[in-house]
Ligand binder design. Structure first.
Ligand code: ADP
Ligand code: MG
Ligand code: ZN
Length: 559
């Protein structure tokens, strides 16, 4: 017996076989049942509603959050001879009228609509006059406040069920932790829908997260060393940084192009097109870039700033290596990123509840950065798919974090916050610990504090690292109102009292260029001061140079 879905897959789409559970989902929807599909980006969600659209009578209505996404899909469907069109607010009235006519004549297999359009009076009247094959709700996490792209218009989609009973609905998303999943089901009235979950593990992506030092230079080192000719995406938080970074990379000889919402539509389109069509293009972008980009050979995704949640991180890094070949997810971050993100959150007009949610998400993201165990285990546990053992091929599995007993220094760091009145950012606190007499320490009388100069055993970089880890582990809060002042919270009480021990991890950096030159030319480096950070850097540098070309590299440390 022939399978109509398989026939269409072969004859219309030109593929030989279904991937994963595509065929099961299609069967479910063709039979008129609801479905919730959770499949990573690039997994092949679209076919799950496109093929039922062709099998069931009438027109399938697809809700999609971005006009650019709709246009891409419609263009590729038309190339396959499928009758697809869209209705959204950016269209000319006469074009809209034309699409409505086609719809009423039953000449459309698929109609893409923006969520805010779907439930307008006029749209409802139109839909009442035609046969709706199914409703597909793409990027369904937009309905959830836990999802990272919450879109209030998606909330109205709950009415579809009562308004069009008997029409099957299929919701699809690439990122859904347990909580988002629950919200999607509740808010879309999909409690009884069958759920199809694909594995969220992306075994070909190598995750690497390290501390930010000189940001851009670290990025360039990484690119030159590991991806000298590959194309990839670099994410930054602000438009300005996008432009600066793109320019900087271009000057360093890479084909780098900016992409953010402030560019003209032509420039965005052209840069996006070059990224897909040419080889070796690096797109430097804000998060505005990527939804729906279907480029299989993105070899790396780099983050110069911390993403605001694990979902965002997973979604963005997920754009790498869709062809299944090895790809790198690289990131550097620092405490400054946390301060900035918190300030952005506080400035947003979102409700208190949403701000709280965002805060929690940021904290989980930070925890991923500071783990000492397997990165992939943490990531997959978040998506309710725990790995039973370390993956063996993430940065921390290959080179386990070095930990040290930080109980004593953590107590010093915390009491310094307390003694100075919980009103100061990390730079000033470190000055106090190191006993640096600055205008600011003198002005506030902090050079008379009992904590002044009690922290000379660590250098500035290491103290920053201590504070960053205390924030990441929830002992210290970053206050966004007063320029990133650090404040103690309840959790640190037992640490301060001496009832709790804390292990800190040693930071990793890319080796510094200055020493690299000296190493290469002289074969050794003499270091004057006892400096743990530097020592660690040099150790790594020695290791990598020795591997690379048998450089007889050694370090002399003069304490
Ligand atoms: P998603 O929406 O899950 O991110 P898409 O539906 O855009 O993914 O599909 C990603 C890519 O995989 C597309 O290029 C698509 O044509 C391709 N694809 C999907 N299903 C199959 C299949 N069964 N065989 C081969 N390629 C497929
Ligand atoms: Mg998709
Ligand atoms: Zn691992």
């Amino acid at each position: 017996m022939s399978d109509p879905a398989l026939d269409i897959l072969k004859s219309t789409f030109g593929y030989q076989s279904f991937r994963g559970f595509q065929s099961d989902v299609i069967g479910e929807v063709v039979a008129g049942h609801d479905a919730l599909v959770l499949m990573p980006t690039g997994g092949g969600k679209s076919l799950c509603y496109q093929i039922p659209a062709l099998i069931r009578g009438g027109t399938a209505v697809v809700v999609s959050p971005l006009i650019a996404l709709m246009d891409d899909q419609i263009n590729s469907l038309r190339e396959l001879g499928i009758r697809a069109d869209c209705l959204h607010s950016a269209m000319l009235p006469e074009d809209r009228a034309q699409v409505e006519r086609e719809l009423l004549l039953g000449d459309l297999d698929l109609l893409y609509v923006a969520p805010e359009r779907l439930l307008t009076e006029s749209m409802q009247r139109l839909l009442d006059q035609i046969q709706v094959a199914l409703f597909a709700i793409d990027e369904a996490h937009c309905v959830s406040q836990w999802g990272h792209d919450f879109r209030p218009e998606y909330l109205q989609l709950s009415r579809l069920q009562t308004r069009f009973p008997g029409v099957p609905r299929i919701a699809l998303t690439a990122t859904a932790d347990l909580r988002t999943r629950q919200e999607i089901r509740e808010r879309l009235g999909l409690e009884s829908a069958r759920v199809f979950t694909d594995s969220f593990n992306r075994p070909n992506i190598f995750y690497r997260i390290s501390q930010k030092k000189q940001g851009k230079q670290q990025l360039l080192n990484f690119l030159n060393k590991e991806h000298p000719e590959d194309s990839g995406i670099v994410y930054c938080l602000s438009r300005k940084k996008v432009e600066q970074t793109a320019e900087w990379l271009a000057q360093a000889g890479r084909k780098a192009l900016p992409y953010h919402a402030g560019l003209s539509p032509e420039e965005r389109r052209s840069n996006q097109h070059r990224f897909i069509a040419e080889e070796g293009i690096i797109i430097v972008a804000t998060i505005a870039f990527g939804m729906g980009i279907d480029k299989p050979d993105v070899r790396f995704v780099a983050h110069l700033d911390l993403p605001r949640s694990i979902e965002a991180y997973y979604q963005e890094t997920g754009r790498a290596g869709r062809d299944g070949l090895p790809a790198t997810a690289w990131m550097v971050y620092g405490l400054q990123d946390v301060v900035l993100l918190k300030q952005l959150q506080a400035r947003s007009s979102a409700s208190q509840q949403i701000q709280q949610i965002e805060q929690q998400k940021l904290e989980t993201m930070l925890a991923l950065c500071e783990v000492t165990g397997c990165r992939r285990q943490i990531l997959l546990t978040y998506f309710d798919e725990p790995l039973d053992k370390p993956c063996g091929y993430c940065d921390l599995c290959l080179e386990p974090a070095e930990v040290w007993d930080g109980t004593e220094v953590a107590r010093k760091a915390l009491s310094c916050i307390y003694r100075s009145g919980q009103n100061f950012g990390v730079a000033h606190l470190v000055d106090i610990l190191l006993g640096k007499s600055t205008d600011k320490t003198r002005r506030f009388g902090h050079d008379h504090l009992s904590t002044f100069g009690i922290g000379k055993e660590l250098d500035q970089g290491n103290w920053r690292s201590v504070y960053r880890q205390l924030v990441a582990r929830g002992y210290v809060n970053v206050d966004h109102d007063s320029h990133g002042a650090l404040k103690l919270n309840e959790n640190c009480r037992s640490l301060l009292k001496g009832d709790e021990q804390i292990e800190l991890r040693r930071d990793r950096y890319e080796p510094s260029r200055k020493y690299e030159k000296e190493y290469r030319e002289v074969g050794r480096v003499v270091v004057e001061e006892h400096d743990q950070t530097l020592w660690e850097q040099l150790r790594q540098l020695r290791r990598s140079l020795a591997e690379e070309q048998n450089v007889p590299a050694y370090v002399i440390v003069n304490d």
